[in-house]
Design a protein around this ligand. Structure first.
Ligand SMILES: [Zn+2]
Ligand SMILES: [Zn+2]
Length: 375
């Protein structure tokens, strides 16, 4: 949380013209929240009015408008100029955090997240203590080996799931300001979020559920109660990979156990149990198998799910005009993998290894020529 830096300010000056537009940049983090055409200024009622602003960290800032003549002698003060008829100062109150502490932990109380944890427990118990035990016996070498392999997959799945749930995908840093001289921005419009009233970096998108802009947003996932974005995409991929492997492994063990041993299918409860296990393992294998395939495609092309939708249209337009489409962040398979999973291959499958991540507001652009959609 970078927001509290504003507490040290004695006051901030901004200048607004008569149409409440062209607000000059304010110092510190608040600047992004009140840049030009901010909808939050619709509640502005002249000198003396107070408005509340949300910053990218979901913190609320109370901003009071006062005449510069009343004080606010800050080092950043600017004198009113002739073309800025209304010159005001803001005094900033301490920010209130919206569920700052414990918000991540409360995600574990969400029903879909609880369902996932229960499902992992159910599949683990039935696979190890019923099917492997029935088929090979846990006391035998092959039985123990299968149980250990499956336990490792289940542990990695659960661990990376926890990391994905607990890791903040990344909000736009308060210090972020678009640089017009940045070559990334050449020929492109600045990306502005009306809901956050701030500029957003390339690849960041607004999430309606999280009510903020998320860096390199992929999608909002109800099963983790969190957005999948810049900082938690790696643990998400690792979780999907292990979930797919564990599901397929469980399905194979289930089928082998059913075929290899005589089971009692007479009782109604036994029938229901075996049908339930078959349905769960087949459904999970199909779901995670296809999800893994999809994210391997995105990973190797350095695309997000949101960017893919834009890319499909850009591909169609490029084809129509006889051009070749190339995604602007696609640096080639190996570089794409390194960017997301990290430079050390030994740590690729460690969900908590995130030392390679930067601030998530800038991304290298491919030099390959082609049509690029808006990031
Ligand atoms: Zn936003
Ligand atoms: Zn979200």
């Amino acid at each position: 949380m970078e927001g509290p830096v504003l507490c040290t300010s004695r006051g901030v000056i901004c200048t607004i013209n008569r149409n409440l537009r062209a607000v000059q940049r304010l110092i510190c983090g608040i600047e992004r929240a009140v840049l030009e055409r901010s909808r939050t200024f619709s509640s502005f009622r002249g000198i003396g009015s107070t408005i509340s602003l949300h910053d990218s960290c979901n913190q609320i800032w109370t901003v009071e408008f006062r005449s510069t003549l009343e004080g606010a002698e800050t080092p950043h003060e600017k004198k009113p100029s002739s073309d800025s008829p209304l010159s005001l100062s803001h005094s900033l109150s301490s920010p209130r955090s919206i569920g700052e502490m414990g918000r991540e932990k409360r995600r574990f109380m969400l029903p879909p997240v609880l369902l996932v944890i229960s499902l992992i427990g159910f599949v683990y118990y039935t696979t190890v203590f019923i099917f492997i035990d029935d088929w090979l016996g846990l006391g035998t070498g092959p039985g123990l080996l299968n149980a250990l392999i499956f336990s490792w997959l289940a542990f990695m799945c659960l661990f990376s799931f926890f990391v994905t749930v607990l890791t903040d995908p990344g909000g736009v840093p308060p210090s972020f300001a678009p640089e017009t001289e940045d070559p990334q921005k050449d020929g492109e419009c600045l990306r502005y979020c009306d809901k956050c009233s701030s500029y957003k970096p390339p690849r960041a998108h607004h999430c309606r559920v999280c009510r903020r802009c998320v860096l390199k947003m992929d999608h909002h996932c109800v099963w983790i109660g969190n957005c999948v974005g810049y900082a938690n995409y790696k643990p998400y991929i690792v979780c999907v990979l292990h979930a797919a492997m564990a599901s397929i492994y469980s399905m194979v063990i289930f089928v082998t156990s059913i075929l290899g041993k005589d089971h009692d299918f007479k009782g109604i409860s036994n029938k229901i149990f075996y049908i339930l296990c078959a349905s769960v393992t087949v459904m999970l294998s199909l779901a995670f198998g296809s999800l893994l395939g999809w994210h391997i495609y995105l990973l190797t092309h350095n695309l997000t799910t949101i960017e893919y939708r834009a890319a499909v249209r850009a591909m169609w337009l490029a084809k129509k005009s006889g051009q070749k489409y190339h995604h602007q962040f696609d640096l080639g398979i190996y570089k794409n993998l390194i960017m997301i999973l990290g430079p050390n291959i030994l740590k690729w499958f460690c969900p908590a290894a995130a030392g390679h991540l930067k601030d998530g507001t800038q991304f290298p652009i491919s030099k390959v020529e082609g049509q690029h959609p808006d990031p």
